[in-house]
Structures are given as C-alpha cells and as structure tokens.
Design a protein around this ligand. Structure first.
Ligand code: TYM
Length: 337
C-alpha cells in the first residue's frame, strides 16, 4: 500500500513591539495581513517585548502596553485557536539562539543596519549593545520556527535579509539547520507615512501625536488628524511625484477600500482636498470600529487573555526548543543528561 506523507504546512512568523498603542502604519503594513494567512499557513506571531527594552521603558507602562498589544493583535483578527500568539520573553530559546547567532554575525553587517543608525541618532545618550545586536535577536525569532514567510512592513526588509544571510551562513558551515525565510511585503501599505511630514514613515515614537493615527483613536480624532494632514497646493486628488501627502492618503484609502488609484482619482475629480480627507478619515474610522469593539471586549476578559498567552508560549516553546537542540548539537555542546 502506498503511503502519502502530508505536505508540511508552510510557516509564517512575525512580531510587533509592545511600545505604545500600535499605529495605522503597523496595522496596514503588517498586522492586517497576518489574519488572512491563518488558514493557509502555520502562523506564529509574537509580542516582542525583549526587543522593546533596547530603548528605556517604564516597567509599569510596558506591562500595561504589552497586555493591550496582545488584545489588539487578537482584535485585529488573530485567532489563538488557529495561530500561536505569545510573548517573546516567555520563550527563553529566543535569547539563547540569539547568542549562538550573534557569534556568527559580523560587526560590519550590524553596523550597516539603517534602523540602528537612525535609532542611535535619536537616542544618542543610550546607544546600548542591545540596540546594535537587535537584528540578531530578530533573526533568532524567525529562524527558531523554521519560518518560510515573514510578513512585515518595508522598514523591516533589511533585517529579514540579514536573517537570511545568517541562516545561509550557518547552514553552509554546519549543514542544513534552518529554513531560509522570505520577506512578505504587501504591494500597498508597506510604508505608511507620517501625516505631518509625509517624507518619513508613520511611527508611534513620533513626538507629534498628529503625525500618526493609533488603532484606538476615536473616530472624531481620526477625522481631525486626516483633515489636518499635510498635502500640497495642487488641489488635485492625483497620485504623482511631489505629492507625498496625497500619495500617502490615497494609499491608506486604497488599502482600506480596495479601490485602485485611478478609481480614486475619478471619484474625487473636481472635488477639493477637504472632501477627500473626510472620506479617508471616515474609511479609517469605519475600518477600525470593529477592531476597537473587539479590543474592549477582550480587555474585559483578562483570564481568557492569560489562558491564550500561556498556551501560546507552551506551543511556541515546544517548537523553538527543537531547533535550539539541533543548533546546540551542531555547535558541539554536550547534550543534557
Ligand atoms: P515594529 O513593532 O516597529 O512594527 C511592527 C510591524 O509594523 C510594520 N510597520 C509599518 N508598516 C507600514 N508603514 C509603517 N509606517 C510601519 N511602521 C511599522 C513593521 O515593518 C513591522 O512589520 N523588529 C520588528 C519586530 C520584530 C519582528 C521579528 C518582525 C521582532 N522580531 C521577527 C518580524 C519577524 C519591529 O520593530 O516592528
């Protein structure tokens, strides 16, 4: 009798830092894309709290934000029955593999990371070693789960490429140990820009709260922020060069409504920016309404959340420890008795 081995479901891994409430950029560039992968892939998602401490945090605020972040990711469509959703600090293998991979990563490679350069310019008084080795920990996150696909926004592409380089190098020296992962970057929405300076990405660490929309902003705040968004003096809703502000709003509107740019241009032909900005604000508020509602329900069920993240960590640890044991063996460590 012929026996068929079922094909292994491909694995997706991604993470989000629990620093502040996440923004429309995090949502459109990454988290919104995680849910639809749940049926086709074995999805593993993490609230990456170890990454968050490369910048000084207030312990109480971090703990609260991390709980909210977990509930928000669930509210945005991650079902803990279908995906593994866990806190990075609950699975020690992340820090352990990070050390082993760090010994296979060059100083020069880490020095070239643009996020390190940006962050060390922003936090000149705290250029700590963790900030420098952050991409190694991220590589460990990804490689521990034999990940095939990493859905991220455009700003994380360089880090995923480094993870690929580290995996390839390790496999070259020790024999096939890791799957070499592919970045998965949405065609639209992978780089949502600041509303007040559309030449830079929308970021929750921006000191100007009008520059970003958070997932929990009430509808009137969303509308106000969209109306105030920086545009240009051309007064035509048209995608093009020198129109960063309008390009950004069109991208947001397009990702949410599914309308193509030419359809949006036709919709607002002869209308002013005011009408367009109102439409964008309303579309965003409508998109976020069910997420906010689900979030509020989840925050009223702390025992359920705890049950979910406890189970998530157990499931993640079981997979992670398998890879770590393989790595330790290849490196020549004596096996535990
Ligand atoms: P973080 O927490 O900064 O952001 C989470 C996700 O949101 C995306 N993103 C954006 N996408 C579009 N437009 C924007 N303005 C925008 N801002 C953020 C990010 O690209 C990211 O996908 N290092 C990662 C977290 C991480 C991770 C990992 C990701 C740690 N380990 C392993 C994937 C795999 C970070 O700081 O993301």
């Amino acid at each position: 009798m012929e026996t068929t081995v079922p094909a292994r479901k491909k694995i997706t891994f991604s993470g989000i830092q629990p620093t502040g409430v996440f923004t429309l950029g995090n949502y459109l560039g990454a988290v919104k894309n995680w849910g639809p992968l749940q049926d086709e892939y074995r999805c593993i998602y993490s609230i990456v709290d170890l990454h968050a401490i490369t910048v000084r945090q207030d312990a109480k605020a971090l703990r609260e934000q991390a709980l909210r972040c977990y509930a928000l990711v669930m509210a945005a469509g991650i079902d803990p029955e279908k995906s593994i959703l866990f806190y990075q600090s609950h699975v020690p293998a992340h820090a352990e593999l990070s050390w082993a991979l760090g010994c296979h990563t060059q100083f020069g490679e880490l020095s070239r990371m643009t996020q390190f350069k940006d962050k060390s310019a922003k936090h000149a008084d705290n250029i700590n070693a963790g900030l420098f080795t952050y991409p190694v920990l991220m590589a460990a996150d990804i490689l521990l789960y034999q990940t095939d696909l990493v859905p991220v926004g455009d700003d994380q592409k360089q880090h995923v490429e480094l993870a690929r380089d580290i995996a390839g190098r390790f496999n070259g020296v020790y024999g096939k140990t890791f799957v070499v992962p592919e970045p998965y970057i949405a065609k639209a929405g992978a780089r949502i820009k600041s509303l007040t300076d559309p030449t830079v990405k929308m970021s929750k660490s921006d000191p100007n709260p009008n520059s970003f929309i958070t997932i929990l902003d009430p509808p009137e705040t969303i509308l106000k922020k969209c109306k105030r968004a920086v545009t240009d003096s051309d007064m035509q809703v048209r995608y093009g060069e020198g129109k960063d502000g309008i390009n950004n709003l069109m991208t947001i509107y397009s990702v949410i409504t599914g309308k193509a740019f030419d359809a949006i241009e036709a919709e607002f032909e002869g209308k002013g920016y005011g009408d367009f900005k109102t439409a964008v604000g309303e579309a965003v508020a409508e998109e976020l309404r069910p997420v906010q509602e689900k979030f509020r329900q989840l925050m009223e069920a702390p025992d359920y959340l705890k049950e979910c993240y406890t189970r998530g960590a157990e499931q993640a640890a079981a997979l992670a420890e398998r890879t770590l044991a393989k790595v330790y063996k290849k490196l020549g460590f004596v096996a535990k008795g």
